[in-house]
Ligand binder design. Sequence first.
Ligand SMILES: [Zn+2]
Length: 65
Amino acid sequence: MARWVCSVCDYEYVEEAGDPATGIPPGTPFEDLPGDWRCSRCSAGKEAFVRAGEEEVEMNDEDYL
Ligand SMILES: [Zn+2]
């Protein structure tokens, strides 16, 4: 499955994990998210997300704070 990254805030939507904050169950493809789904961090629309690829999720990106 793929990862999608918000181009506004770098929030990462991981299809395997879904997005519990917005009620999206694990395993939901990005394409199947509701049309009005928004980034749970910055409320950007789906059009703000770019596909990040199929590789394993690395934790490095989480350490910027
Ligand atoms: Zn965002």
